[in-house]
Design a protein around this ligand. Sequence first.
Ligand SMILES: C[S@@+](CC[C@H](N)C(=O)[O-])C[C@H]1O[C@@H](n2cnc3c(N)ncnc32)[C@H](O)[C@@H]1O
Length: 304
Amino acid sequence: MSSRSPGPPTGIRWPLVLCVVIAAAAETPRKGEGAAGARMQPSVFDESAAYERFMGRWSRQLAPLLVEFAGIGEGDAVLDVGSGTGALTRAIVEAVPSARVVGVDPAAAYVAYAQAHVPDGRARFLVGDAQQLDLADATFDRVASLLVMNFIPDPSKALREMIRVTRPDGVIAAAVWDYGEGMQMLRLFWDEAVARDPAIAARDERNMPLCKPGELAAMWRRHGLALVDERPLSIVMSFTSFDDYWAPFLGGQGPAGAYVAGLNETERAALRLRLRRRLVGDGEDRPISLQARAWAVRGVVPPR
Ligand SMILES: C[S@@+](CC[C@H](N)C(=O)[O-])C[C@H]1O[C@@H](n2cnc3c(N)ncnc32)[C@H](O)[C@@H]1O
C-alpha cells in the first residue's frame, strides 16, 4: 500500500455541524425518541465516559476483527468514519505500526475523548459528518467504519462520500451489530422492554437499517464497489455481574440508554427486574456471558 499521508483537513464546516445538531434537537422532542431508531441523531451519543462503559468496551474487543477484515496494512492512510471514542483508530495504530488514521465523528465530546485517550501522533480526530466529509478526493487507502452506518440519517450519501475520499483500488469496510438476532446484550434488553410495554416495539433496535445479513453487501454493490465480501464478526461479552450488565444502560447512550433515560423510576425498576430474572434468575448474582455478532462488509473502489 502507498505511504501517502492523509491530506490536512481543510477545516471543519462548523455551520454544517451546528445545523446538524440544531436539526437533531428540533426533531427530537425527548432524548432518543423516534421511530425504530433508524433516524437516531447524534444526540444519543454525547457522554464519552458513559458510552465507554456502555458500548465502547465492546467496540474495543470487536475493532481488531474489523482491522483484519479490512486488510489494513503498513503505510496505509485510513479514515475511521464515526470514530466515536476512538476504539477502531486505536486498534489500527496498535496493529499496524506505520498506518496513519483520521477519525471523524459529529459528537464533539467523543472526539475530545478520543484525542485524549489515543495520544498517538499517527492518529487525529475531527468533528464532522460522514454525509459531507471535509476531506479531499482519493486521500485514503482504506476507509473503515465500526457500528456507525445504521445511525447515519442518509447512509447512501455517506457511502458516496467514503468512496470519493478513497483512492481507486482502495478498500471500504464497515460493520454493524446484528441487532435482530446476533447481539444478545441488546436483544435481551429490547425483548424485555417490549414485553413490558408493547407500545414501544417500533423503538426496538432490530428495526435499524443495515443490520440484517446481506443488507450491507447489497448497499456496497449498489454503489459500484467491487469484490464485495460480507461476513460475521463475533465476540463474547463477559459481564462480572448483573449490575455490570445493567448499570451502563443508565448512562443514556445510544437508543437503549435513551429509552431507559425516558422511563420513570417505577418503569425502570420493572424493566431491571425483568432483565435480572431473565439473565440470572431469582438467585444470587453471578457473571454473565453473552454472544455478540456484527455483520461486516468490504469492497474495492473501482477505477475512476
Ligand atoms: C455506536 S457508536 C460507534 C462509535 C465507534 N465507532 C465505536 O465503535 O465505538 C455510533 C457513532 O456514530 C456516530 N455518528 C452518528 N451519525 C454520524 C454521522 N452522520 N457521521 C459520522 N458519524 C456519525 C455517533 O456520533 C457515534 O459516535
